[in-house]
Design a binder for this molecule. Structure first.
Ligand code: UP5
Ligand code: MG
Length: 193
């Protein structure tokens, strides 16, 4: 068909592993549009008149994953439109429900380039989250533990799914940021971005 495919790179990794930080750098240098699933949910939670704000907040605090119908990813991609060179999809898909919803909505419309998979020791991740200072309601020890449990049980199997397709590019993000970004840049350059 003549329909233009959206180029997509997924960014996955544990809470606090540096997904957002890496996306900011890549967005700047490569003209890709950064869509953080978590940021989109936090925006919807703050929106006046939102009917799902309380539900989103409950999931965020509890480190659980909202039903894919509530995830704002698809609308955000559509809103960005045809001018986009490609998308950095940060923190999505995180579980089988997300992946099923993604396939339903997006198959035939996207060119999945690769998954940037950030790995970072849990001890470093928790320190980063507790020191972030943005007032996030999930940046406390109890919520962090729940986020990491959800990540291990539900998100890692999604990384495995993409690994079987040969699409996973792993970068150790438990290092100084300059070193992390150097490797991340290389992954994007090698992929033709
Ligand atoms: N930092 C970054 N890199 C560093 C480095 N190399 N050295 C030292 N410090 C570094 O980084 C975290 C902090 O570490 C920052 O202060 C940074 O400066 C520093 P950041 O880039 O923000 O890490 P990131 O991986 O983006 O961490 P985040 O906390 O955003 O990850 P989560 O996956 O936990 O959060 P997200 O916003 O994606 O999701 C939040 C919740 O929303 C989920 O738990 C879930 O409840 C819900 N959600 C859904 O339900 N569905 C979705 O599809 C998405 C989210
Ligand atoms: Mg983030």
């Amino acid at each position: 068909s003549s329909q233009k495919l959206f180029k997509v790179v997924f960014i996955l990794g544990p809470p606090g592993s540096g997904k957002g930080t890496c996306c900011h750098a890549i967005q700047k240098n490569h003209g890709l549009i950064h869509l953080s699933a978590g940021d989109l949910l936090r925006e919807e939670r703050q929106r006046e008149g939102s009917e799902v704000g309380a539900l989103i907040e409950a999931h965020i605090r509890n480190g659980t994953i909202v039903p894919v119908e509530i995830t704002c990813m698809f609308q955000a991609m559509r809103a960005a439109g045809d001018s986009a060179k490609g998308f950095l999809v940060d923190g999505f898909p995180r579980n089988q429900d997300n992946l099923d919803g993604w396939k339903r909505q997006m198959s035939g419309k996207v060119d999945e380039k690769f998954v940037l998979f950030l790995t970072c020791p849990t001890d470093d991740c928790i320190k980063r989250c507790l020191n972030r200072g943005e007032g996030r309601s999930d940046d406390n020890e109890e919520s962090f533990r729940k986020r990491i449990d959800t990540y291990n049980s539900q998100t890692l199997p999604i990384v495995e799914f993409y690994k079987k397709q040969g699409l996973v590019r792993e970068v150790n993000s438990g290092r100084p940021i300059e070193q992390v970004l150097e490797d991340v840049e290389r992954v994007f350059t090698e992929a033709g971005f």
